[in-house]
Design a protein. Structure first.
Lengths: 114, 202
């Protein structure tokens, strides 16, 4: 039986089970992996001038403000609940950085959802 | 061939019984052939019971999957091997431990792929991640956990008596020794028998 994936508590304070509908994500390339962020949480995307360039994604429309630097912003994607999978436990136990709350698995590729 | 008991015909002159042959579904076998048939059956029975006896003496057996990392051989109990795959696109994960190569789509499931070489040699963390081309992923499952381990080559499945597993040598570093159940002689080479539980748990 597939485990229910829960979104982190960004808005209502309680992790939200993802069981129906779809989730709209802003997909970015952080140089190592493709990351997906809830589109509803995106405040704005800024171009980083100078240095290595890239973009700065400002988040926090739903919760506390945070920002993510990335090499490229690839656009948005809508993932159905079928395409949202739990993070494998073997990975969960080996995360030293920010923990994704789920993995988006589509025919086009794999996204780590933060 | 269905066989009925040896056909015994009462002699015409005296009351002795005469064995003439053996009846099979294909007809009556001459006596010599019947004797040969019985001897063959007896020999098969003896061979079978000898084999069973030898197996009983050797104790239970274990089926092991033997694979390689470079020239070094390793084995894992086949009971814990879910599948062996060729690596597909492995999505890297930022912020993961160095032994994590990434995530792979394994027939619609998300599989965490680990670099077995790095797990066995944790000191070499500055080495670049292993390239996956031309290699194999051995998917191991134990205690509700599952991961794919990148290996260079997969040799075969070997069946060995459980008693042929020797303890890990004392000279091996304890942090590495915990990853092994023991050592076994396989095809003229000693290979390390990996402990699935230790390899899956960091």
């Amino acid at each position: 039986m597939r485990r229910t994936v829960r979104r982190p508590a960004v808005a209502v304070g309680v992790p939200e089970p993802v069981t129906t509908g779809s989730v709209d994500l802003l997909v970015i390339d952080d140089g190592a992996a493709l990351r997906g962020y809830d589109c509803r949480d995106v405040v704005r995307v800024e171009v980083v001038a100078g240095g290595a360039g890239g973009y700065l994604v400002r988040l926090g429309r739903l919760g506390s403000p945070r920002e993510v630097a990335c090499r490229e912003v690839l656009g948005s994607v809508a993932l159905s609940t079928r395409e949202i999978r739990p993070v494998p436990e073997t990975l969960r136990e080996r995360m030293t950085g920010e923990m994704p709350w789920a993995v988006g698995l589509t025919e086009r590729g794999m996204y780590l959802l933060y | 061939m269905e066989k009925r008991p040896i056909n015994i015909r009462k002699g015409a002159v005296n009351t002795n019984f005469e064995v003439t042959g053996m009846v099979s579904t294909s007809g009556i076998l001459p006596l010599d052939e019947a004797r040969e048939e019985l001897l063959r059956e007896a020999s098969i029975e003896a061979e079978k019971s000898g084999r069973e006896k030898a197996q009983e003496e050797a104790g239970p057996t274990r089926s092991l999957l033997v694979f390689f990392l470079g020239a070094e051989g390793f084995a894992v109990d086949l009971a814990h091997v879910r599948k062996v795959l060729r690596p597909d696109r492995i999505a890297r994960v930022s912020g993961a431990a160095p032994e994590v190569l990434g995530l792979m789509n394994c027939h619609g499931e998300v599989l965490c792929v680990l670099d077995l070489r790095r797990i066995l040699s944790p000191g070499k963390e500055t080495a670049p991640p292993a390239a996956a081309e031309g290699k194999f992923i051995v998917v191991i499952q134990h205690g509700g956990k599952e991961a794919g381990f990148l290996v260079d080559a997969v040799r075969d499945v070997t069946e060995l008596p459980a008693s042929s597993v020797h303890p890990v040598l004392d000279s091996i570093d304890p942090s590495r020794a915990r990853l092994f159940e023991g050592t076994v002689a396989c095809g003229g080479q000693f290979v390390g028998l990996l402990s699935p539980s230790a390899c899956l748990n960091p």
